[in-house]
Design a binder for this molecule. Sequence first.
Ligand code: NI
Length: 237
Amino acid sequence: MNTIIFFITFMVLSTQTMIANQVNQMIGDEYQAMVETREIIGTIALTFDDGPGRYTDAILDVLYEHNVKATFFVLGHAVQKSPDTFLRTVEHGHEIGNHTWFHENLPKLTPSGVFETMRRTADLIEQLTDKFPATMRPPFGIFGTREQVIMEELGYSMILWSLDPRDWELRNSQQIYDYVMENVRCGDIILLHDIHESTYKAVAKLVPSLIEKGFDLVTVEQLLEETRPGQVYRRRD
Ligand code: NI
């Protein structure tokens, strides 16, 4: 009698295990198919200017959740105000670029003024990270030949952008999201600002959608692969 009960129990248990294995196998196949159908169509770079700001940490959380990297063009005075958020950005493996100390319009400064705003910001970045920034973005995207010569001398490549959803002006997450999703192409450098709530809300939707569309979200230096000081970059051609 005991033998029969044992045998029945054994049969029931092994059938359950078989079913469980089959289910796992089916989920595994489905997952594999999902991974295989997500074809990478190319790289793009999200860039965030004028921070660290009020929404930088929330944006860092989104990027971390989806395991993607971005580039932050920071203002020296904002780094001085929020060193913890700045260090968190660095610890998460994002790229840091120099965006001047006070967001000065560079052509309006004296030559020593240009050197000073760049140096002061770079010194603070270097002091906190042990790394000198390799890229810079001129405030408002405004620069002349003089600025190019100075940036070459200081060792910065100049990073502009190829896609501008005008997040600072729109302040509407749905419109920012729609503009990017409708216009994004491989090799794009996307201009955003981590100081607006609407930008954070747009980014929370954009990151998973861009990944789903097949884009690999990388830093500017990863996107461009090789940059030269004094050279201006708008996208990866
Ligand atoms: Ni700016």
